[in-house]
Structure formats: structure tokens, C-alpha cells
Design a protein around this ligand. Sequence first.
Ligand code: SAH
Ligand code: SF4
Ligand code: F3S
Length: 461
Amino acid sequence: MTQATEIKSYYIESYGCQMNLYDADIMASILERSGYRPSRALEEADVILVNTCSVREHAEQRAMGRIRELAGLKRNRPGARLAVCGCMAQRMGQEILGLIPGIDLVVGTDSYKNLPKLLAQADGLRTVETSVCAQQSYSQIIPRYRGGVSAFVAVMRGCDNRCTYCVVPALRGPARSRPLKQILQEVKGFVVKGCREVTFLGQNVNAYRDGHRGLQDLLRKADQLSGLYRIRFITSHPRDMDQEILLAMADCQNVCEHLHLPLQSGSDKILRAMRRGYTAEEYRSLVQRAREILPGVSITTDLIAGFPGESEKDFRETLRLMRDVEFDDAFTFAYSHRPGTAAGEKKNQVPLGVRQGRLERLISLQREITHKLNQGLVGHTEEVLVESRSKRNIQELTGRTRTNKVVNFPGGQELIGTLVKVRVKRAQSGTAWGQQASGNKFEATRRAEVKRNTISLPSRK
Ligand code: SAH
Ligand code: SF4
Ligand code: F3S
């Protein structure tokens, strides 16, 4: 066999958000269509792809460390190729080649279709392809299915917002949605392979559009697919969280009662400076509305500590809103300066020590709230979609409630991929433990309650 026709293997290491994980499956599919096969181990792969994230400086530093390590590994393996993909490739392009010798290829997020061609050419040449293509949505490519019970499906790419701290729009380009029909097709294909839960992905998933149809229509259509038990979607932007979406969630049996609704800050001054497009009061009303329409809905959020100009008073407004809303969980971050963003140019940067101190206060308050809310699960029966065996205790299975809380319980392999009623016995912040319960009463009551609330609503927006 000649070098050119030899079957090559690939290995993808992915960092960052779920969109990046999804993209890894798109890349895998593109490579496999061109004759590559997945490598069992990174050390044996002919092509190593590092799929990077740029959202915070720390993410980039970690990725750089890892890429250096892999470049070192590659030195002992002549013929192997190292490609840097994802958001950092898009942001830094040529610059990474200068920083790390040993990288063969830098491929941005809109150029994955060219991977096979670029890899074939990458013979001693160090190539960079990072053009932004505002039409690229990879809608014709069926991503590799990872197996398992749960899958991500990107319904849109890019973002039209301009949150002043965020590097994503500059890297991922403008928002573009995939046709509804193609999305449903992709989900159906996954269901045939054993998928029972799908999470629709978009940087601002509420802005999904196919002609006059929006996310609510996609949810309603997906709810009718047989064999699919659960539907989720992330990330919702509070400004675009239309009542129609909440109503669709209430009406659709399989759409789970969970919203990821990033608040970022509880101070109107900071929200304005972030260009988020809502006030703290508007956010509170939205949460109240969501809880009226979807009793028991869980609400998670993202928070940034130490945005430029954030005073102690501003920060306390965030703490106050956290206490009032009682988020089920929060992803908390210290503000990180990102090159090219409007906030990065500001003179009133908060010292790193203060940002870190505030971050710790966010974490500790949220831990307290999450712990308290999870104690509330004890004694209740929850519907759990079983995902796998627990990694910590192989006698136990692990799954999630409709509200996205992790529940472990003893049980057999055959329950993986099924819905099980579990009575919760004890809970910590991150996980709850229980025993299998019998009967289907819980679900019937729960849905009836939701329907009643939907019917009593005033006129739709
Ligand atoms: N599209 C989503 C998520 C974007 S990135 C959204 O609009 O919410 C995920 C989270 O990272 C953001 O919600 C924000 O809390 C955080 N983040 C983004 N840029 C950041 C920065 N420069 N510094 C710190 N946190 C940041
Ligand atoms: Fe970034 Fe804001 Fe777009 Fe989210 S909505 S990706 S935070 S610009
Ligand atoms: Fe990171 Fe890019 Fe996602 S910057 S958070 S991998 S869109």
C-alpha cells in the first residue's frame, strides 16, 4: 500500500462548550467520509486534532499547554499530524504557529469541510485556514453519533449579540439557523441509534428561525417524534425568552422543565455596560413568568464577577438577586479580559484579586442555595432518565431528573436508556441518591398540573 492510500486514524480532543463537542462530531464525520478511522488511543493516531476554546484567558492558557505537550509527543512519531481547531484557531490563526513549533495545521470553525484536503496537503507546510463563512451551518453533514442516551444537536451557529465581554460573535460569526426539517431528520437518525434525549444547541437558541417558525415550533415538532423521551435546549438569552417558548414547554410532554438563563450580573449599571438588553427587574419578572407557566421549573444561570466598573455595591446586587431567585445552579466566572472586546478596552478594570474574591463569594452562596434546593428533593419521587452506570459505584446507575439534577440509585444494566421513577433518600449539592419506586402516578399528576396552569394564562404575547 502506498502512503497516500493508507487508511489513517484520527483522534479529537475537545475543550469548551457543547457546541465544540458537537463540532468534534462534525469533524469526525467529515474525516470518516474521507476514509479516516477513529484511533483507539491518542498516542497511536496519525492525526491529532485539538478543538479549542477562547472564551476566557485561562481556557486558552490550558489549551496552549496541552498543544505544547502534544507537539512534544509528535516529535517521536514522524508522519503524525497535529491540527489546532476551534475558537482559538479562529482567533489566533497564524500567531499560534509562531508560538508552538510542531503544529501542522490551524483550522477555524467554518472550515471543517476542508479538513481532508488540508490534511492531505499538510506535508511539511504549515497551513492556516480561518475564514469566517456566514453561510456555513454544516447542515448537510450528519455528525458522528457518540453512542449513549443523550445527544446534542446544533440548531443554529454564531451569535448576533454584542455582549461587551464576549469573544464568541467575533469568532463564530453571525447567527445562522439550520432548516427545521433537517434538524428533525438528524434527531430521528439518532433515535434509531438509541438516543432518548436531545439537547438543542445555539449560542442564543431563542433566536432560532426557519422562515416564520421559531424555537417553539421546533420544540412542538420534536415533541411528536416517537422514541425520543426528552428534549432540552441551551442557551436561552433572557431578552429573547419569548412567552411562546414557555408555553410550548408547558404543552409538550417531552420538553423538560429546565431553563438555562444566564443573568451575568444583578446590577442594572453593569447589565447596561455588558449590553445585555434587560434590567434586573425584567429578569425577575421573566423568572416569575416561567415559574407560573412551568411549576417546578429549574433555573440555572451564568454569572460574571468583577466586570470592568463593578463596585462592591453592584456586586451585592448580584448576590441579592441570587438569593431572591434561588437558582438551582450557577456557572460562575471571574471576568476575563478578551482581546478585541469592548469591555477589554475599558480603563476601569477591577483588580484580579478583587475579581477572584467576588468569584469565591458567588461560589459559596450558590453552593448554599443548591444544597438547600436539593434537600427539597428528599422524600419526593422523580422521573429519571438513566444514562449509565455510576463511575464512582458500579452497583449504581446514574441519570437525571427532568429538571436536570443528577440522581444515582441501585439497579441493573437493562434500565439504561429507560425512564425510571426514583424516590430520593438523600441529597448533596451535586447529586441525589434514591431507590426505584413503582407506578406511573407521579408523571400523570405533574403534567395535569402544568396543563391547568397553561389554560389559565392570559392572552399570549
Ligand atoms: N451564548 C451563551 C454562552 C456564552 S459563553 C450566552 O449568551 O449566555 C458562556 C459563559 O461564559 C457566559 O454566559 C458568560 O457568563 C461567560 N463568559 C463569556 N465571556 C466571558 C469573559 N470574557 N469573562 C468571564 N466570563 C465570560
Ligand atoms: Fe456571547 Fe452574548 Fe452571544 Fe452569548 S449572547 S455568545 S454571551 S455575545
Ligand atoms: Fe469556547 Fe468557542 Fe464555545 S469560545 S465557549 S468553544 S463557542
